[in-house]
Design a protein around this ligand. Sequence first.
Ligand code: F3S
Length: 429
Amino acid sequence: MKVNLTSYEERMLNGLEGRLKQVAIENIIKYAQVLGAEELCEVTKATVFTGSHLYLDILDSKDIDEVFSVMSMCSEEKLKLDKIAHGCYCQSCVAPLDREKWQKLNISKERFSSNEENLEYYRSAGVALAGSCIPYQTGWIPLMGEHFVTSESHVILMCNSIWGACGNSDGIEAGFWSIVCGRTPKWGNHIKENRLGTHIFNIECKADTETDWDLIGYTVGKKLPNHAIPVLKGSFKGVNIDKLKLCFASMATTSGAEMCHIVGVTPEAQTLEQAIGQNKIEKVISIRDEDLYESMKDLCYHEAGDVDYISLGCPHYSVEQLKQVSDFLEGKKINPNVNLQIWTSECLKTIADQSGYTAIIQESGGDIYTSSCPLVAGKETFVNSRGMAFDGGKQAHYIRSETDARVYYGSKMDCLRSAISGKWEGFHE
Ligand code: F3S
């Protein structure tokens, strides 16, 4: 299939903008051909997976140009990333460590140094080092109709669903091609007609707390077929970004959803009719309290027990959530057997530092970490743990395959009470 190119895209393809851009647009064109896209669209926002991530070790190379070429550009030819595309604002997603507290996470000096080198490589090419899976809380917000690429699955749902921006689950490598040439194939969610709802979910369960929304996302994802767009319908009150980020992170864990209409919240779904347009609805599904209970059972170990490792902040915590933790912990002490880690971005931690939240959390015995999370940092961060607790369904779901420990899941407050007592204080059968 022929992909129609603009004159600038032709220039890139002909190598007139340099070999790197030429390879990037060649890859994007091949990707477009596989997808059946007839043209490309301009990418103005991107997040990429920078840092010395564990999956890069497979190449066994310390040559960063080689790592970039093979692992990101999918090219055996050695290339150098000198500059990202003009007009594309790109932030880094999480990397495998906290750049200040890496030693507290049992990360080796070698990985720290290699991470620094990797981050500098991307920084000098124009990537802003935000180190977060919630880029929309640090100035990265694609607006309605804007085309974005991102390495974080819930960000795809968030930007399509809440801001009406346009993006697909392209994967890590295609994201790198896009930041180099500034283009992505025009297909999927980049085309208005493809963004209409296919399945209606009547949300008849409780939808008040962050945990309710986390479980709603997890449950909807379990019931959603491939290539479907859910429309959530209910009488929602008090929906906010923190609830939605949990909902979308969990939905992207149990499904491949990229777009989710929430009637009355999503700009393209102010009414049910607007959400589905002329689409024939394939199925109507009700989500009730008993469905959330089943998801809770999936996520939370079934018997009470001790906890020694608690991680909050998947996705990364907002300042408001850090304040809630600080308010709860003020004047209290964490059980000495418990390692309490709270994850956010460096930028948001700075606000927490200046607002006194970090000091209160540290005084209690916990700490705030940045730019990563246990899953991304790897097993070193929770080695020897026997009882682990999380308030994010995504982290609780995926960590099970990485550990033999009991994995508990519950609300932020369940986790914090457990941090004080050293015993799981939340749901169990
Ligand atoms: Fe973020 Fe790690 Fe969760 S990258 S979304 S905190 S799995």
